[in-house]
Design a protein around this ligand. Structure first.
Ligand code: A3P
Length: 337
C-alpha cells in the first residue's frame, strides 16, 4: 500500500513549473542543499539558506527592485518582531492622518494585517509577481525584507535609503521560529524535534540563516553608516518602548513635535501596536495571508525569555556556546531574560 503524501507546504504553490524561470531552476539544482527543519530542502545561495520558493522571490527582488532614496526598509531575521515593527512604523508615518478620535476609528491597522500594510519584498511582492507594480506606494515607501545585508539589491545600497534593522535574542527567535514551523506543518506530521532544530540553528541552518551572519552583517554596517542604518533589538523595544519609538521617528525623518510628546501621540501608537491590541483584532485572528500562513500565526506570546519554557539547561548551554563562538569580539550582546 502506498503511504499517503502530506499536503504541500503553503508556499509551494509559488514553485509550480509554469511559475519558475529556467534560470531559477538551473540555479537551484547547482546550489548546495540540506534538509531544513520541516524536512523541505534549504539551498545555500551567496552564503545564506533559502527555501526554493523564497529564492524565487529573492532573485526577482535582486534583479528588479529599484530603491528610492526616500524608501524605508524594515529588515529582520525571521521571528524577530517584524510584525510589531511593521505596525509601529506604519502608525508612525501615517499619524497625521489619524490624529483625531474620529479618524482613529478608521485606522488601517484595525482592519488590515500589518503584513498587508507593510509588504515583504521577497516573500510577498517579488514572490507573487516577478515585476510587481509599485506605483501605488506613495513616498516614503515602506517595505519589509528578511534579506541579509550582502544580498540586498544593489539599488538599495546605491540609493542610501533608510534601513531599520530589528533583531531579537537568538534563543527567543529560535523558539518562535520552531513554533511557526510547527504551525505550517500538516498536523499528522506532529512537531519537528526541538533538539534537531536547535542543532541546525546553531550550525547556521535556518531560513535566511545563518542567524549569526545576518545580525553581524547589519551590526557592522550600522557603525559604518549610522545615518542609513538604525539597529534595534526586540528586548530594548520591550523595555523602553517610548524611548525607541522616538529614536525611530527621528531616524526616519518624522520626529515627534513637542505638542505630540505632550498630547499622548507616542502612547497612542504604542497602545495601537501592542501585542494585546493587535492580537485581539478580528483581522489578525482569522484567515490567511495570500502567501499561505495563518494571520494569527504571527502573534503567539510576544514576551522576552519564553525560551526558558522550552530549552533544557543542556540545550541553553549549547546555545550560549554557539553564541559566544559566533559573536565573540563583535561587541554584540543580547538580553535574553
Ligand atoms: P513569539 O513567538 O515569541 O511570541 P515576526 O513578526 O518577525 O514573525 O515575529 C513574531 C514574534 O513577534 C512572535 O514572537 C510574536 O508573538 C511577536 N509579536 C507579534 N506582534 C507583537 C507585538 N505587537 N508586540 C510584541 N511582540 C509581538
Amino acid at each position: 500500500m502506498q503511504a499517503s503524501q502530506p499536503p504541500p507546504p503553503p508556499y509551494a504553490k509559488f514553485l509550480r513549473d509554469d511559475n519558475v524561470s529556467q534560470a531559477c531552476k538551473d540555479l537551484l539544482s547547482s546550489l548546495p542543499s540540506d534538509a531544513g527543519w520541516n524536512g523541505a530542502s534549504l539551498h545555500l545561495y551567496q552564503g545564506f539558506w533559502f527555501f526554493p520558493w523564497t529564492l524565487k522571490g529573492v532573485l526577482a527582488c535582486q534583479s528588479h527592485f529599484q530603491a528610492h532614496p526616500s524608501d524605508i526598509l524594515l529588515i529582520t531575521s525571521p521571528k524577530s518582531g517584524s510584525t510589531w515593527l511593521m505596525a509601529i512604523l506604519f502608525a508612525l508615518l501615517n499619524r497625521a492622518k489619524y490624529a483625531d478620535s474620529d479618524s482613529q476609528r478608521h485606522h488601517p491597522l484595525l482592519t488590515q494585517h500589518p503584513h498587508n500594510l507593510v509588504p515583504f519584498l521577497e516573500v510577498k511582492l517579488y514572490l507573487e509577481q516577478e515585476k510587481p507594480d509599485l506605483t501605488s506606494f506613495a513616498p516614503p515607501r515602506l517595505f519589509a525584507t528578511h534579506l541579509p545585508y550582502s544580498l540586498l539589491p544593489q539599488s538599495v545600497r546605491n540609493s542610501k535609503c533608510k534601513l531599520v534593522y530589528l533583531c531579537r535574542n537568538p534563543k527567543d527567535s529560535f523558539i518562535s521560529l520552531w513554533h511557526f514551523v510547527n504551525k505550517l506543518m500538516p498536523e499528522e506530521k506532529g512537531r519537528t524535534p526541538l533538539p534537531d532544530c536547535l542543532d541546525k540553528f546553531c550550525r547556521g541552518l535556518s531560513t535566511f540563516g545563518p542567524f549569526w551572519e545576518h545580525v553581524l552583517g547589519y551590526h557592522k554596517v550600522r557603525s559604518e553608516m549610522p545615518e542609513e542604518v538604525l539597529f534595534l533589538t526586540y528586548e530594548e523595544m520591550k523595555e523602553e518602548p517610548r524611548v525607541h519609538v522616538r529614536r525611530l521617528a527621528d531616524f526616519v525623518g518624522c520626529p515627534f513635535s513637542d505638542e505630540e510628546l505632550r498630547d499622548g501621540t507616542v502612547e497612542r501608537i504604542l497602545t495601537m501596536c501592542s501585542f494585546d491590541n493587535l492580537s485581539a483584532l478580528e483581522v489578525n485572528k482569522s484567515g490567511k495571508l495570500s502567501t499561505g500562513p495563518e494571520k494569527k500565526s504571527f502573534f503567539r506570546r510576544g514576551q522576552v525569555g519564553d525560551w526558558v519554557n522550552y530549552l533544557s539547561a543542556e540545550m541553553a548551554d549549547r546555545f550560549d556556546q554557539a553564541m559566544e563562538e559566533k559573536l565573540h569580539g563583535s561587541g554584540l550582546k543580547f538580553k535574553d531574560k
